[in-house]
Each structure stands twice: as structure tokens, then as C-alpha cells.
Design a protein around this ligand. Sequence first.
Ligand code: ADP
Ligand code: MG
Length: 399
Amino acid sequence: MSAAANTAPETILRATSLLADLTGSAPEGIWSAPGRVNLIGEHTDYNDGFVLPFAIPHRTAAAVARRDDDRIRVASTFADEPVEVALDELGTLFPTPTGSSPRVPEWAAYPLGVAWALREAGADGFGVDIALASDVPVGAGLSSSAAIEGATASALNELWDAGLDRTALARIGRRAENEAVGAPTGIMDQMASMLGEPDAAIFLDCRSLDAVPVPVGVVDAGLAILVIDTRVSHSHATGGYRERRASCERGAELMGVPSLRDVSVDDLPRAAEIMDDVTFRRVRHIVTENQRVLDTVRTLRERGARAIGDLLVASHASMRDDFEISVPELDTAVESALAAGAIGARMTGGGFGGAAIALIEADAEARVSDAVRAAFAASGFAEPTVFTVVPSAGAGRDA
Ligand code: ADP
Ligand code: MG
């Protein structure tokens, strides 16, 4: 793991104090992992396609101490009570049966699920106390879930001497989220959180898991990326997300391919003929979104960040009209940012709430933020949280 992970000192302090409250002692180490913003490529991950996320400065820190028994205890500033189980019990708790809730409080299924998945992968650990604190907004589509998984996985991988690389740890996080929490997410969030690099987005092929950093260069270009957290809470584990996944699987089956990754823009006329309108529009979103990711990577390399605005806007329209995962708050965020001069804007994350991003001139931050807040007020929406992010480092050890 890289050294200096640059977690906010206040977040480290909160994790350390929580551990001290729990154990009366100092941590053996502190590890952290960031949330992420997806620049473009939405719902393409579970279709074996392309995504282009970047890690954000907001991170979750895990302060960890060794115990002298074979139990694991997790605590979070986010939860009232710590949760403690014997390491050998993990295999009886997980996997969580499909369709039911985890046998531990849901938040604890993320870190305990990581411990379980590491043991499943052969790690033979000792007892630990893990105290978690985070400055990643929870449930805002910025992947606080990958951050908690990445921080826990990085800590236990090192302490338990499991020797897994970053991609393997991303898989551990995904397994925890899928099988312990029961949320059917793809691998994008965990890969972005594990592999993020300063000033770069991670161009990820979700089939091969090849990951290539692509410089975004927003700061050098005098640009900024605004995050507009609508504070409409999304939930991956329910309804819409599962339904979209099922539509994609149906679409691939009708096209006679393993996944929608294997359908190209040229195949769309045939798709339109053989499937119902709703399934076709779901397919069209995935197929065109994959192409937009490839186009964005090429444009960033050839012409720089200022040239990707139209691709972001087209991505939002496709999610709103074809995939139907936007909500009025997200549309308002995008429209008002564009009207105030943003170069491009789109909802980001799984949809049904969460956040939008806008690519703006750095000196336009106040103007665009004010315009977005005014548009929310005029529509009677709750006030959004608006802040800027820069592509940042992935998981690492802080102390
Ligand atoms: P997102 O990843 O977009 O923030 P998710 O629904 O995928 O939203 O994950 C949010 C959930 O992850 C929370 O409801 C909680 O259960 C868990 N979680 C995230 N961060 C923490 C934390 N610091 N402490 C405890 N649980 C957390
Ligand atoms: Mg999540």
C-alpha cells in the first residue's frame, strides 16, 4: 500500500478516538480508502463494459488494533453500537441468503463481509478491533460503501499478511457488498477506490479488469468538478437497480450475446426490431454509454477536459430518457448548472437520487453553485450540498 494517503486529520482523529473509547489503546495502524465520482459510464459495469471513475478527496479511515482472542469487533462513528463476532462465526453469517437482510446490522455487514471474504480467499487472521470514521457523504452516490470496504480490506490485508494486490482487494470488497450486504453492485466503485490516482480517472474495462489511469488535468486547465449532492437518498439494494439489471440481462439474451458489452451501436437497429420498447431503450443506453466512455477517453487524451462537455450532457440525457434512472432533483441540478455556464453536467452513480457532477471553469464555482441552489429553492426541493472535488489517490495506509 502507498504511504501518505492524505486523509483529513479530523477523520483520522475521529477513528482514533473511537478506537480509544473501545479499547483504551492506540491503533496499530490506520488505513483509508476514498469515495469516487464516476466521470462517465453508468450502469455499464455489470454489463462487462467501460467506466471512467476517479477517486475523490473524501475518505473513510479504519483505525485498527490487534486483540488477544479470535474475535472481530467493528465500530463506526456512523452507528450507535459496535458489533462483535468470533472469526469462525463469519462463515455462518455469510453469505446472506438472497432476498433477506444480513444477520448483523446492515452497516456492519460491509466491514465484517470484507473480513469474511478475505478469509474465504485464504487469509488466516487473528482477532481485531476496527474503528471507522468517514467524511464521504453516505448514500449520496459517492460510494461510501466502497470506501468502507477499501479501508477495511487494506487494513486486514496488511495485518493478516494476505498479500492480495489492489485488484484482488477490489474483488474482496465487491464480494462483501454482493454476498454479505446483498447489494448486487458491479466492480467499478471498488476499483476506483483501490486504484485511484491524483489528477487521473481510471479507465476500467469491467470484463478484463484492465485499468488504465487517464490524466484529466482539470486543475491545469483552470477547470473544476462540482458535485451537487441532491440529498435524495438512493438505495442499490432495492427495486429500480435490480430491475435495470434484469432488463440488461434480457436484452443481452435476446441479442444472443453473453452481455451488452458485445452489442455495438451498429447493432441497435436490429435490437429495435426484436425487443419491446422498454428493453430496447435500456439496451440503447448501455450501448451508447459504452461508446461515450471510449469517446471521452480519446477526447481527454487528444483535446483535454474542456472538450468532453457534450459527452457528459449526452450521457445524462440517455440516463434520463432511455434508462429512466434520473429524478427531478438530478435533472434540475444538471439543467441549472448548464444554464449557468457549466461545460458539461450529468447525474453520477446508480441514479434514483444521489449526486450530479458539473464540469465548470474554476472561477465560476460560486456562480454555478448559487444558480443550482436557487433552482432547487424555486422547485421546492431540499437544499443540495455543493462542493468541488479533484481526482485523488486510492486506498492507502495513513499511519
Ligand atoms: P453509497 O455507497 O452511494 O454511499 P450505499 O447504499 O452503497 O451508498 O452505501 C451506504 C451504506 O454503507 C450505509 O447505509 C452504511 O450501511 C454503509 N456505510 C458507509 N460508510 C459507513 C461508515 N463510515 N460506517 C458505517 N457504515 C457505513
Ligand atoms: Mg455504494
